[in-house]
Design a protein around this ligand. Structure first.
Ligand code: AMP
Ligand code: MG
Length: 644
């Protein structure tokens, strides 16, 4: 082994605690904004002020009227009333906005003035036009008194010259732009945005928008990291996905390091044969890698480096791991370079309703979805493993379990770090089994202004959440083998069932598979499958309604493939279409989506458990939407349960 390889080995083996890794990373960096630049008013939105600004002029710049009326001397009309009006003579000018007054308002006189007009010399108040009456021969009758200063906005009353207008560190929005414009500023000094290179690595990666070749996956880290950078005050410089090719990687990383203020790579941190990235980073500049291997779950392979003063980070390949480590460790550092607060004000205190097990000795990140119950915010863990990118669409943020904790007990209070600054709590919260038909209902609800979120917890998980009052609706499809009934046997006394729809389940195989050519019934197809020891099945997970059906069908036999037990209809049909299995049981729409042959077997009932005493008015709208979704459901291959 050559010496540099030994060093690298060493570093990988030395797993640091999160705190130690963060401390080393930060110690090697200059944690301060990169520098200021002057930016014009039209491009300032979203930027961060680099210097505190004092108002260069008064706003408003002169005393002005805030109503339409007459500039007068308050003492003249002190005794005015409806029955005893005070009569004034009108001056021979009218002051509109932008008109400079020429005549003095002397005792017994009034000058007509519009809102925004400058107050003429001699006047000390404005009486509203509604409290006057004009008669051509007699002049102006004033029917109400006003106090001195009334209806006048004095020069500098909004902002006085020299007063602090905006503080350094303020993120500029429409309000701040308005303040700058009001004092005549057409630019401001803001912090320069760090330019951050984003590089995905891996032979298997394909950019979104192009066809997926076999065994390839789409590059999701690149787009995720680029978007997250822009949400955190940086400019993402996208380098795309680079294959695990030493020369190409080295050239790209060197170019990125030279051109940008920081480099974020993903993938290639594990010790796989093609994973070369960290060796390149090691040679990029001093001090180089400061942590490779951090006690995080997920996120252990995280690699942190500082090369010639610039942060260079290799995020783990799995998108969720990449996201946690980015938000927890990388984003705070980049935000400081961008002149922003280290952490955005995006945490929510919430109760965690279920126990979350955790490994001792590793700081653990858990993605959660937020909803509300009568006691406040509730954070539901979304456990999908570090490879799941879709979990993001359901997750609002994540919570952190301390390295020293073995679990987070049910009912714990936790601080949730949000992925985006604004989180809209759904008006209707759905938890249980998912179905594409449910998406149709949720879309119809959205048209009525109900935002619903559906968490895939499985039928039993949904029922448990409903029982605890943490969701409004639990979609379920549970078969009671004893009674042969769907769903009703599983309800508690406080629940009722909203009928949903039926989904035809059947035996699925590839249409070109000649072994099944003559089989027209499930029994015939099953006989064919069981007779051939090369014919592989794909099963379903324990607890799935479909699994009950499969076990009934097999009557205790365990044909080859029995232990392949994915958790969804889609996984079953994908396995068959890709020839990893030859037959299985799934619902008709899933089989049709991949053009597979389908032999109908039995209908599954997909219904909704709701609390009898449901308080949320959106539940009623949901029921109505299910009732009205008949056509959409039939188009998807489902049969509405109530004949609508
Ligand atoms: P690696 O760290 O390169 O060994 O990758 C670990 C896992 O993450 C593998 O399953 C990769 O296919 C996956 N992965 C790596 N980079 C990306 C990416 N940019 N987008 C999506 N998945 C990725
Ligand atoms: Mg890789």
């Amino acid at each position: 082994m050559n010496p540099s390889a030994a060093v690298v080995q060493d570093q990988f083996l030395k797993v640091l605690s999160r705190e130690e890794a963060v401390a080393r990373f930060r110690a090697a960096l200059r944690l301060q904004p990169l520098g200021a630049e002057t930016v014009g008013l039209d491009r300032l939105a979203g930027r961060t002020l680099a210097a505190t600004l004092a108002a260069p002029v008064d706003a408003p710049p002169f005393d002005r009227s805030v109503v339409d009326g007459f500039a007068i001397r308050a003492a003249d009309i002190a005794g005015a009333s409806e029955t005893g009006p005070v009569w004034l003579a009108l001056n021979g000018e009218t002051i509109a906005c932008g008109t400079e007054p020429r005549l003095v308002v002397s005792a017994g006189h009034a000058t007509p003035i519009a809102t925004g007009g400058p107050i003429p010399r001699g006047a000390d108040a404005v009486v509203m036009i509604e409290h006057t009456r004009f008669e051509a021969d007699a002049g102006l009758a004033v029917t109400r008194p006003v106090g001195p200063g009334q209806n006048i906005a004095f020069a500098g009353s909004d902002i006085a010259r020299g007063e602090t207008l905006l503080r350094r560190g303020t993120v500029i929005g429409a309000r701040e732009i308005g303040m700058l414009a009001a004092v005549g500023a057409d630019n401001a000094s803001v912090w320069r945005k760090p330019r951050v290179a984003v590089i995905s690595t891996g032979d298997e990666l394909v950019p979104p928008g192009t066809p997926l070749r076999p065994a390839a996956i789409y590059d999701s880290n690149g787009p995720i990291v680029a978007a997250a950078l822009e949400e955190n005050g940086c400019v993402a410089v996208r380098f795309g996905a680079i294959p695990d090719d030493a020369a190409l990687l080295e050239a790209t990383i060197r170019e990125a390091h030279a051109a940008c203020d920081a480099v974020i790579l993903s993938g290639g941190t594990s010790k796989g044969a093609g994973d070369l990235t960290y060796r390149m980073v090691e040679t990029l500049g001093e001090p180089g890698i400061v942590a490779h291997g951090v006690a995080l779950k997920p996120g252990k392979p995280l690699c942190l480096a500082v090369c010639d003063g610039k942060p260079v980070v290799i995020l783990p390949g799995f998108p969720t791991s990449a996201m946690f480590t980015f938000h927890d460790i990388v984003a705070p550092v980049l935000r400081i370079l961008a002149g922003l607060a280290e952490r955005p004000e995006v945490t929510v205190d919430a109760r965690v309703p279920v126990r979350i097990p955790s490994d001792l000795g590793r700081t653990e990140f858990v993605m959660v979805a937020l909803s509300r119950d009568p006691d406040g915010a509730v954070a539901f863990p979304i456990g999908k493993g570090s490879g799941a990118v879709t979990a993001f669409s359901q997750a609002d943020g994540f919570l952190t379990i301390d390295a020293l904790a073995e679990a987070l007990p049910a009912g714990s209070a936790a601080s949730v770090t949000l992925f985006a600054p604004h989180v809209a709590m759904p008006t209707l919260s759905i938890a249980g089994s998912h179905c594409v038909g449910l998406d149709a209902v949720i879309s119809a609800l959205a048209d009525r202004g109900v935002t619903a979120r559906s968490l895939a917890l499985g039928s039993l998980g949904g029922l448990a959440a409903l029982k605890r009052g943490e969701c409004d609706i639990a979609p379920i499809h549970l078969l009671d083998p004893a009674s042969g009934l769907y769903n009703t046997p599983f309800l508690s006394a406080t629940m009722r069932l909203v009928p949903g729809w039926r989904r035809m389940q059947g035996l699925v195989h590839r249409p070109g598979d000649s072994r099944f050519a003559g089989a027209t019934s499930p029994a015939e197809a099953l006989a064919v499958a069981l007779a051939d020891s090369d014919c592989l099945m794909v099963n379903r997970n324990q607890g799935a309604g479909t699994r009950v059906l499969i076990d009934g069908l097999l009557g205790g036999q365990q044909p080859p493939g029995y232990w392949n037990q994915p958790r969804s209809h889609n996984a079953v049909v994908a396995a068959i279409a890709q020839e990893r299995a030859d037959w299985g049981i799934a619902i008709a729409p899933a089989a049709a989506a991949l053009n597979l042959a389908f032999i109908p077997l039995a209908e599954e009932h997909y219904d909704f458990a709701v609390a009898r005493e449901a308080q949320n008015p959106a539940v009623v709208l949901f029921e109505a939407a299910v009732g009205e979704a008949g056509d959409a459901l039939r188009a998807l291959g489902f049969t509405p349960a109530t004949g609508n």
